[in-house]
Design a protein around this ligand. Structure first.
Ligand code: ADP
Length: 407
């Protein structure tokens, strides 16, 4: 007869594991929740609506606005760290939470440089980081003088609150610039002007850093933009010299340390035709340019963000394939009649290696409703497949003309 050693079973006490609060209930919080599940942690979200992408899947939802201090306080109670899926929480609210003992990561002293593009430009200039020429715009005359000096069209930006190209204009002449500037200033929007960079392509250098100061970089990726928003990411960026890749990674690590960033940070970069790298902007949270790593890196950005804000040792950022391509599923001009479920069914049959991430969002033109990751050996082939898969998911049309009825 076998005698079993008696070991008193200890049940898993989830309350002994950390709870992280994420402000914002979008897809970034939804995917952070997935990573929290794997780590045995709990993610509480402050969401605006019960049908926000993260609120649909997270049991601990506080409904409220990110600019309401009472809602922020409620979401923070008992959590081990408070972090963000967007950068719009007023810093004075974060200072108030810190004074009450909340562990805010990244701290507002760093976050301000992701919230305010003018503060960010001034800080980067002070640190000697290459950036486009810029100036503050308080009148049409300010902008015209700047563009006359640096060239038309120039780039006009809302200093705060822009995302996915909203809050960015490229007026060709003074007649086009004047009404935009007058209208924005009349609505209390602070503006700035930047020289339009003649760019070859856009890159992103992503890193994560913990409060202890440990930091890790993922390989630099290329981000392909369409209509002012990211459509495709190629990881790693192709045809980037090892020296340039190291320069970009080192710059991102240096910025994370100098600004006191914790959690994930994306440094969006412009590569010019002469091969120079200029910083476009900083995002201090998981970022679209890091979605590839969910399937394509040893540690993806959502897990790494949790590890970083909780001050755990960071995970390996090693890629798992020679190339990973992420393609966003962007809402079609008109949502197809075929249901999303049926589209997924056909995709699964045709491209079984496609890793699909859907955000639980309704379909609207150009809205980010999900993404596809494909790992491969050949960059062009992998990109074609990922873009074909994403286009199928948003339009129910195969770009190569394939028809499952005739196959
Ligand atoms: P958002 O905060 O909406 O992401 P960005 O400042 O990143 O706004 O600008 C959105 C896009 O506009 C960039 O990805 C880039 O394609 C283009 N852009 C922004 N600034 C410049 C610039 N100075 N020169 C050329 N293109 C620019």
């Amino acid at each position: 007869m076998t005698t079993w050693c008696s070991v008193s079973a200890r049940s898993f006490d989830s309350s002994a594991m950390p709870t992280v609060t994420m402000i914002g209930g979008g897809q970034l919080a939804r995917m952070t929740h997935q990573a929290a599940i794997a780590l045995g942690q709990r993610l509480r979200v402050l969401a605006e609506r019960p049908d926000d992408p993260a609120a649909q899947v997270t049991p601990e939802v506080v409904l409220g606005s990110h600019d309401d201090l009472a809602a922020l306080r409620k979401a923070a109670v008992g959590s081990h760290a408070l972090t963000f899926d967007h950068e719009h929480v007023p810093t004075e609210h974060l200072e108030a939470l810190i004074a009450e003992g909340v562990n805010v990561q990244p701290p507002p002293s760093a976050l301000i440089f992701a919230q305010d593009k003018l503060r960010m430009r001034r800080k980067l200039a002070e640190l000697g980081v290459p950036i486009p020429a810029y100036t503050e715009v308080n009148s049409v005359a300010d902008a015209v003088a700047f563009a006359d000096e640096h060239g038309w069209p120039f780039v006009l930006k809302a200093v705060r609150g822009g995302y996915d190209g909203r809050g960015v204009w490229m007026p060709a002449d003074a007649a086009e610039a004047a009404p935009i500037i007058e209208d924005q200033l009349a609505h209390g929007v602070s503006l700035m002007a930047e020289a339009k960079v003649d760019l070859k392509r856009e890159l992103s250098a992503m890193v994560a850093r913990s409060p202890f100061g440990q930091a890790a970089a993922w390989p630099v990726v290329e981000t392909v933009q369409r209509n002012g928003q990211c459509a495709v990411v190629i990881a790693p960026a192709q045809d980037l010299s090892a020296a340039k890749a190291t320069e970009a990674e080192s710059l991102a690590l240096r910025l994370a340390a100098e600004l006191g960033v914790t959690g994930a940070m994306a440094v969006e970069l412009f590569e010019t035709h002469s091969g120079d790298l200029l910083v476009n902007e900083l995002a201090m949270r998981p970022h679209n340019s890091g979605h590839w790593g969910m399937d394509g890196a040893c540690t993806g950005q959502f897990e790494q963000h949790l590890r970083a804000v909780l001050d755990y040792p960071l995970g390996s950022t090693r890629p798992l394939a020679p190339v990973t391509v992420m393609a966003n599923i962007l809402g079609a001009p008109e949502a197809p009649e075929m249901s999303m479920d049926e589209r997924l069914h056909h995709l699964s049959a045709r491209i079984p290696e496609a890793k699909v991430h859907l955000y639980g969002k309704g379909e609207r033109p150009d809205r980010k409703i999900g993404h596809i990751n494909i790992l491969g050996d050949d960059p062009a082939e992998t990109r074609e497949k990922a873009e074909r898969a994403a286009h199928w998911m948003s339009h129910a049309i195969w770009t190569d003309g394939w028809d499952h009825h005739n196959d």
